[in-house]
Design a protein around this ligand. Structure first.
Ligand SMILES: Nc1ncnc2c1ncn2[C@@H]1O[C@H](COP(=O)(O)OP(=O)(O)O)[C@@H](O)[C@H]1O
Ligand SMILES: [Mg+2]
Length: 397
């Protein structure tokens, strides 16, 4: 896959539309070097316009000697003759205007062809699967849906990654309403098709919202019991083949469907708040997961409303649960406000501390695998093509 070196989030998002889905974005040459150590089948590195020319040329020159099969494409706001000349001198494969999607796509394609000529076919899908992240708490009202929705949006990184959210709170799911979408279809329509369910059918049941697809919960609670645990696993297996990230929102109980979702889960976000009943129940949930050998070593403790002064401190919670708090979110009216306006806080208030903490969690989930190695996409084709020109246009507003 391509790797884009671009520290500016705006540029990264704008450039993502011209790049194959699943392109890895790194911020600087240090991150790039680390990434290439673990991922030796990348075929092109694009150096975005925010990196100054001297640094970009130095990175390009270094890559030519360390990774000769790898294409290096220099993206500039203005690709002048001087830039071309300097780039060619250090052996950069191509220079393209950062505003010219067609040239970027052509340069990426040429790099891919060169790489394949040297190292053999890359293949449409290199066998990796997307990551399934389940947000769970044995308590209702603690922020599971809020976290799940915001994580799914944050993981998509403005459309650079394919992200999907599955509402497994099958009786009272509120993912769709939290995003203020009215789904035309829900998971209940997959029930009849369970035996021969595939992505082409499942895709028709998804609702696309911003940069995230939603598989909504049934409209009526009674449909819950007809969604078999086997169907849940099948749905998650199919989705992880197509999406980089599949975020699962859950009911506040270990029902059969949720337990089977854990079988397909790579990372589990356990949500707790600073109240004794919740902490006690989260402890029981952890013990249950232990007893069933589920998501061991891949659990993250998220403390929501972590600044509430209620006589129970985050340290005490960590002691009781024998787990470190990975992410702490403060109580904030802005969160409830975002819910009520149907726009996740990571989109409506990206600078808010809650958004920053959730984006950081998304970054951690994105860059590390269960064994600490980076995880990448297994995307195949987009559910909805990105609105190409508009994204470029929007950035310059
Ligand atoms: N950190 C927070 N600060 C303020 N309100 C929050 C926070 N987290 C969640 N909420 C609000 O609490 C309510 C319940 O959250 P929700 O995510 O639906 O919980 P759950 O899915 O666990 O039942 C929602 O109205 C949400 O906006
Ligand atoms: Mg919920």
């Amino acid at each position: 896959m391509p790797v884009l070196v671009e520290p500016d989030a705006g540029w990264a998002t704008a450039l993502a539309v011209a790049l194959p889905l699943g392109t890895q974005v790194v911020e600087d040459s240090d991150q790039l070097a680390k990434w290439l150590v673990d991922n030796d089948r990348e075929y092109v590195v694009l150096i975005g316009p925010s990196t100054d020319l001297a640094t970009a040329l130095a990175v390009g020159a270094a890559l030519r000697s360390t990774h000769p099969a790898l294409g290096v494409v220099l993206l500039r706001e203005q690709a002048t003759a001087d830039v071309f000349q300097a780039a060619m001198q250090v052996g950069v494969t191509a220079v393209a205007s950062a505003h010219d999607q067609d040239s970027i796509a052509a340069a990426v394609d040429r790099s891919r062809q060169t790489w394949e000529a040297i190292r053999g076919p890359i293949g449409e899908q290199d066998g990796r699967e997307g990551k399934v992240i389940t947000v769970f708490s044995p308590k209702g009202g603690v922020g599971k849906t809020t976290v799940a929705v915001n994580l799914a949006v944050a993981l998509s990184s403005g459309g650079a990654y394919r992200s999907c959210i599955v509402d497994l709170d099958l009786a009272f799911g509120d993912v769709a309403i939290t995003l203020q979408v009215i789904p035309d279809h829900t998971i209940s329509e997959a029930i009849e098709a369970e035996e021969h369910l595939d992505f082409s059918l499942l895709e028709t049941l998804l609702t696309v919202h911003e940069n995230c697809s939603i598989l909504a919960a049934p409209t009526h609670p009674e449909a819950k019991d007809r969604v078999s645990p086997a169907l849940v696993r099948r749905v998650l297996r199919i989705l992880r083949e197509q999406f980089d990230y599949v975020v699962v929102d859950t009911s506040p109980a270990f029902d059969d469907q949720v337990l089977h979702a854990f079988d397909e889960t790579d990372d589990c976000i356990l949500v707790a708040t600073l109240d004794v009943p919740t902490v006690k129940n989260v402890k029981v949930a952890i013990e249950t997961l232990d007893a069933l050998n589920l998501v061991e070593g891949r659990r993250h403790l998220l403390l929501n409303r972590a600044d509430d002064e209620v006589g129970l401190s985050p340290q005490v919670v960590e002691g009781l649960l024998k787990m470190k708090v990975t992410t702490a979110l403060p109580s904030a009216l802005a969160v409830a406000n975002a819910t009520n306006h149907g726009r996740p806080i990571v989109l409506s208030r990206p600078d808010h501390p809650v958004s920053k903490a959730l984006v950081r969690l998304a970054q951690d989930l994105r860059t590390t695998n269960t064994d600490g190695s980076p995880i990448r996409s297994a995307h195949a084709r987009p559910v909805e093509p990105a609105p190409k020109r508009r994204v470029f246009g929007r950035r310059r507003k």
